[in-house]
Design a protein around this ligand. Structure first.
Ligand SMILES: Nc1ncnc2c1ncn2[C@@H]1O[C@H](COP(=O)(O)OP(=O)(O)OP(=O)(O)O)[C@@H](O)[C@H]1O
Ligand SMILES: [Mg+2]
Length: 246
């Protein structure tokens, strides 16, 4: 397995109470596959991605990258190997080009000249000339794509995508689905893809995990899940009837 999440739990203190955001979540992500992470709003999807990227602590349980506990890895090295595209992109001060080159300037100092930010903009169907623009002047969907371009420039082994097409139209979404699918096939890129779009998950994913109230209530092959979930929660989710915050 490329990534294994083993019984990971996370709780926070809020208003003098302990709130459990993740409850013994386990999932296995296969090399070169797209693993869709589904679940209603507030079920813990973003929290889980942050935990895999060590933006959140692993309080209990383990996360393994190719059999190695990610806590043993240098955190910068980990974030180069596991790229995160956040739900709401956050940019460093500077131009789009500088944002794209930020990662490579840390990990690929010696051959930085070989990294062309324009290439990554073209890859996500944006104007290559936008390298000199301020990313904050772009639309939401354009910002999502710059954020993806910036992550791809690090040549990650694993990509954590948090609703990367939520602000895109159908055509741009379809292009991005094809782009990522091709990277999986050609470079064995491994992806965890959070989406609220069940049809999208059905198109792109080989494996599925359904989170509900911080628990992984169902996981397995996407084909089997979409043909007929095994759990009450799975059936309710596909029927559009699984709501609820923690
Ligand atoms: N630091 C925090 N303190 C308290 N509660 C938090 C904290 N961070 C997240 N939560 C809560 O944890 C739950 C899970 O949040 P998370 O952002 O992971 O959900 P999500 O599944 O990504 O939802 P969405 O689909 O809306 O993006 C939410 O109820 C959220 O309010
Ligand atoms: Mg989220």
């Amino acid at each position: 397995m490329k990534v294994e999440v083993k019984a990971v739990s996370l709780s926070v203190r809020q208003d003098a109470q302990t709130v459990e955001l993740l409850k013994e979540v386990s999932l296995a992500v296969r090399l070169g596959m797209i693993h869709a992470l589904l679940g209603p709003s507030g079920s813990g999807k973003s929290t889980l991605l942050y935990t895999i990227n060590r933006l959140r602590p692993i309080q209990q349980g383990k996360i393994m990258l190719e059999g190695n506990d990610i806590r043993q890895l240098n955190v910068f090295e980990l974030r180069r190997r596991i790229g995160l595209v956040m739900q709401k992109p956050i940019f460093f001060p500077g131009t789009i080009g500088e944002n794209i080159l930020y990662g490579p300037s840390l990990w690929a100092k010696d051959n930085l000249s070989s990294v062309d930010p324009k290439h990554y903009l073209e890859l996500v169907q944006l104007e290559p000339d936008w390298v000199s623009r301020d990313p904050n002047t772009l639309s939401g969907g354009q910002q999502q794509r710059v954020s993806l371009a910036r992550t791809l420039a690090n040549n990650p082994e694993v990509l954590l995508l948090d609703e990367p097409t939520s602000a895109l139209d159908a055509q741009a979404s379809e292009y991005l689905e094809t782009l990522i699918t091709n990277l999986c096939h050609k470079q064995e890129l491994t992806v965890i893809w959070v989406t609220h779009d069940v049809h999208q998950a059905e198109r792109i994913a080989q494996d599925v995990t359904l989170l509900y109230q911080g628990r992984a209530v169902e996981h397995g092959l996407a084909e089997r899940f979409f043909a007929g979930p095994c759990t009450e929660e799975g059936r309710a989710y596909l029927a559009g009837k699984l709501g609820g915050e923690l």
